[in-house]
Design a protein around this ligand. Structure first.
Ligand code: ATP
Ligand code: MG
Length: 296
């Protein structure tokens, strides 16, 4: 059945060719009765991810950033919850990028993400990321109000953000060259489905805590956000750090595709348990013999 499921390669953008967000589907319109195949495949992937995570952790050579950007209620948290469900929490690090604190704003914009990089061997889940600095910051014109030298912002908006895109491409290349992979997911939810999810958050008492009236404000800025995502994804998709633009209106499909993206990165890394050296092997053999003999 897996061969009939959507293929992650169809949602991968690595800078080759034009990127057009308006042509990317928010739903594959998988019939309800077929969603269980996505759920089963996700479950299998989550197990595979956990096995590779154990090796990644044991090897301690390469770190992975699993980054999800999206409009509110697109399913950032729940996607990570399902994709990383079987992992050992010891090797998982997570960080949510909220409105920056005074201290964070007093630094350059890549600082806070860098402060929260996973160590090599870990998978770091970024709920939002430094991409907020080319999304919410752009849509709301926040960059114009920051306190910094004139030379840093005395230009038009496009030039300002093109400079940031170049900085982000360089930063992610720097990470790659230093033993990190960044798996970048955009959960592409539709305006209508977002409304349905907000309604559910209001209707269901156990979902009320997720509802924030403030989130509704972004609905009026939908087009500006999509334009900001379009520019960001088009200009920061690279061979080593591609974007995955995943249809998010059907959660089982989105979760499965996100698991495929992470699994692919882990398979590329191909982590192995470290092989003990000869002296370590000898020492273990001696200690084992003593344990068996009850000497220690
Ligand atoms: P949830 O609502 O599911 O808990 P969330 O990611 O929406 O998750 P919130 O605390 O509701 O979390 O929202 C965080 C807010 O912080 C978002 O509106 C986001 O755009 C904003 N934010 C993040 N980074 C920045 C930034 N650099 N500058 C300004 N606002 C930012
Ligand atoms: Mg929110």
């Amino acid at each position: 059945m897996t061969e009939d499921l959507a293929k992650i390669k169809d949602f991968r953008f690595d800078g080759d060719g034009e990127f057009d967000l308006s042509a990317c589907p928010t739903s594959l319109e998988v019939p309800d009765e077929q969603l269980e195949f996505y759920e089963a495949a996700l479950e299998k992937n989550a197990k595979k991810i956990a096995k590779l995570q154990e090796k990644l952790f044991a090897a301690g050579e390469e770190g992975v950033v699993f980054l999800i950007q999206a409009m509110d209620a697109a399913g950032k948290d729940s996607t990570a919850k399902h994709v990383l469900a079987k992992c050992n929490p010891v090797g998982i690090f997570d960080y949510s990028f909220r409105t920056p604190t005074k201290e964070e704003l007093a630094h350059d914009y890549l600082w806070r993400g860098h402060c929260h990089m996973p160590v090599r061997g870990e998978i770091g889940f970024f709920n939002r990321s430094y991409y907020e600095d080319v999304l919410v910051v752009r849509v709301n014109g926040l960059w114009k109000g920051y306190k910094w030298p004139k030379r840093c912002f005395d230009m038009d908006e496009q030039d300002f953000f093109d400079k940031r895109f170049r900085q982000i491409r360089d930063y992610e290349r720097y990470l790659y060259e230093n033993g990190y992979r960044v798996v970048k997911i955009f959960l592409n939810v539709s305006l209508d489905e977002q409304a349905n999810r907000f309604i559910r958050r209001i209707d269901k008492p156990d979902k009320n805590y997720k509802f924030s009236a403030g989130d509704l404000g972004n609905r009026a800025q939908w087009e500006q956000y999509m334009a900001a995502f379009q520019d960001s994804i088009a200009k920061t998709s690279t061979k080593k750090n591609p974007w995955f633009v995943i249809p998010a209106d059907q959660k089982p499909v989105a979760r499965y595709l996100a698991s495929e993206a992470l699994l692919k990165a882990l398979k590329d890394i191909d982590p192995e348990f470290p092989e003990p050296g000869e002296s370590a092997k000898q020492e273990m053999a001696e200690l084992r013999a003593k344990l068996v003999a009850g000497e220690i």
